[in-house]
Design a protein around this ligand. Structure first.
Ligand code: GNR
Ligand code: NI
Length: 175
């Protein structure tokens, strides 16, 4: 297993639209293993393949506090949405920023599991929010797209500045 690099806003690769997974095989399962390692290390409650620069329709979640509920969704499709929930969202690709986002409170989703079997499940609350957040990633969308242009630009500038100064700081420390 290997920890993968998570792309960060405003990396243009986060804007790519992912294409359907064609084969649920051992190569895909190896990627899924690496994605769980990456998500748990972050730590996060969800991760979309897009975030690790793989533009296939695959996402994982685990909203438990003890890594006890790993879920894999391949080629996910939301069949039904109900109700409204507003929650503070964060994103491993937008580190350090949290904003209120409105989502469906309850969803029904169809997907393939890690064995390639077709499944349907209902999700509500945090899991529903997380699945919608991850499917957005597969469509090249980020939670900051739901906030004002001004706020988004402020976050973009701060993250770009951090990335410009961080490597220099590391080098300076190493010397
Ligand atoms: O770890 C994460 N927490 C989170 C909190 C509220 C709403 C969505 C999320 S998903 C996020 C991990 C992530 O960036 N997945 O793409
Ligand atoms: Ni995210």
């Amino acid at each position: 297993m290997a920890k993968l690099t998570i792309l960060e806003f405003p990396d243009p690769r986060l804007r790519k639209k992912a294409t359907p997974v064609e084969a649920v095989d051992d190569r895909l399962r190896a990627l899924i293993g690496d994605m769980f390692e990456t998500m748990y290390a972050a730590p996060g409650i969800g991760l979309a393949a897009t975030q690790v620069d793989v533009h296939k329709r695959l996402l994982i979640t685990d909203i438990s506090s003890d890594k006890s509920d790993p879920l894999v969704f391949i080629n996910p499709e939301i069949l039904e949405k109900d109700g409204v929930i507003v929650s503070d969202e964060g994103c491993l690709s937008v580190p350090g920023y949290y904003e209120e986002v409105e989502r469906a409170e309850h969803i029904r989703v169809r997907y393939l599991d890690r064995n390639g079997d077709e499944k349907e499940m209902e999700a509500e609350g945090l899991l529903a929010v997380c699945i919608q957040h991850e499917i957005d990633h597969l469509d090249g969308k980020l939670f900051v797209d739901y906030i004002s242009e001004a706020k988004r630009q402020r976050i973009r500038k701060k993250l770009q500045k951090e990335r410009r100064t961080q490597p220099t700081t590391k080098v300076a420390k190493a010397i």
